[in-house]
Design a protein around this ligand. Structure first.
Ligand code: GRF
Length: 189
C-alpha cells in the first residue's frame, strides 16, 4: 500500500475526488494525510468527513525550517500531490521526494504559468488574450514554479461567450475527470 499526502489550501474539490477515487479497497494507494496552510480552508472539512488526518503548516517552518519532513516520514508518506497549494516547494522536500511530487495547473503550460498565475488569474488572462483553447497540465514539481516535466495535458475549447467563471468550470471538470487516474498511473509505475 502506497501512502499519498495531498497538499491543498483551497476548496478542495480535487482533493475530494482523489479521496473518493482511492477509497475503494482494491486500490493500492491510500490518501493518508491532507497538508494545508490555511486553517479555514474547505479542504479541512473534506478531510474530517473522510477521517483523514490533517497537518496545518506554517510558512517559516516549511520554507526555512525542516519542511515538515519528520511528520511526513513518520506517517510513511510515499508520494505528494499538490491540488490547489500555492507556496513554492522547498528544495529539501523536492530532494526527499524525487519525482514523487506532482502538481495540477489549470492551463496549458508553459503558457499561463509562473508566480501569480493561479486560480482566476489564469482564466482571466486566458480570456483576455482571446485564446481559443485552454486546458490542464499535470507535471512533476521542481524548484521553479510550474516548470517541472509535463506528465499529462488535455484541452477544452473556449467559446466567445466564455468568461473566466465559465472557463473555470470547464477546467475543474477536466481536473476532476483526469487527475486521480494520472496519479494512479504515476504511483503504480
Ligand atoms: C485547481 O484548479 C488546480 O488546478 C489549482 O488549484 C485549483 C484547486 O481547486 N492548482 P480545488 O480546491 O481542488 O477546487
Amino acid at each position: 500500500m502506497k501512502k499519498l499526502a495531498i497538499f491543498a489550501s483551497g476548496t478542495g474539490s480535487n482533493a475530494a475526488k482523489i479521496i473518493d477515487f482511492f477509497s475503494v479497497p482494491e486500490k493500492q494507494i491510500q490518501v493518508a494525510l491532507i497538508v494545508c496552510n490555511n486553517s479555514n480552508a474547505g479542504v479541512l472539512q473534506i478531510a474530517s468527513k473522510n477521517f483523514i488526518p490533517t497537518l496545518i503548516i506554517h510558512k517559516e517552518q516549511f520554507i526555512n525550517g525542516n519542511a515538515y519532513l519528520p511528520q511526513l516520514k513518520q506517517l510513511e508518506i510515499d508520494f505528494i500531490v499538490l491540488a490547489g497549494f500555492l507556496w513554492k516547494i522547498p528544495q529539501k522536500l523536492i530532494e526527499a521526494f524525487p519525482n514523487k511530487i506532482i502538481n495540477i495547473h489549470p492551463a496549458l503550460l508553459p503558457k499561463y504559468g509562473g508566480k501569480g498565475m493561479y486560480g482566476d488569474n489564469v482564466h482571466k488572462a486566458v480570456i483576455e488574450n482571446k485564446e481559443t483553447q485552454s486546458g490542464i497540465t499535470i507535471h512533476f514539481v521542481n524548484e521553479q514554479y510550474d516548470e517541472g516535466e509535463i506528465i499529462f495535458q488535455t484541452s477544452c475549447n473556449i467559446d466567445e461567450k466564455d468568461t473566466a467563471k465559465t472557463l473555470a468550470k470547464k477546467i475543474h471538470e477536466l481536473e476532476h475527470k483526469h487527475f486521480s487516474k494520472v496519479i494512479e498511473q504515476i504511483i503504480s509505475k
